[in-house]
Design a protein around this ligand. Sequence first.
Ligand SMILES: [Zn+2]
Length: 66
Amino acid sequence: MNCLRCNSPMYREDYDHVLETAGQGFRALHCMMCGDIVDPVILKNRRERAEPRGDRARLAVVTSLS
Ligand SMILES: [Zn+2]
């Protein structure tokens, strides 16, 4: 698979994302040229909605201030 941003070859890497997978490792693709990372959650969100991570980020800021 090639990068969606710069169309360079992507490398497989194992990740462990605290928020998305709660300590469960998963395999993602990492572009060495532009640094873009595509994981199963990102691919799922892109199919379902355009910018789900933006909503989540704003919610996290509000929670930390309260
Ligand atoms: Zn790239």
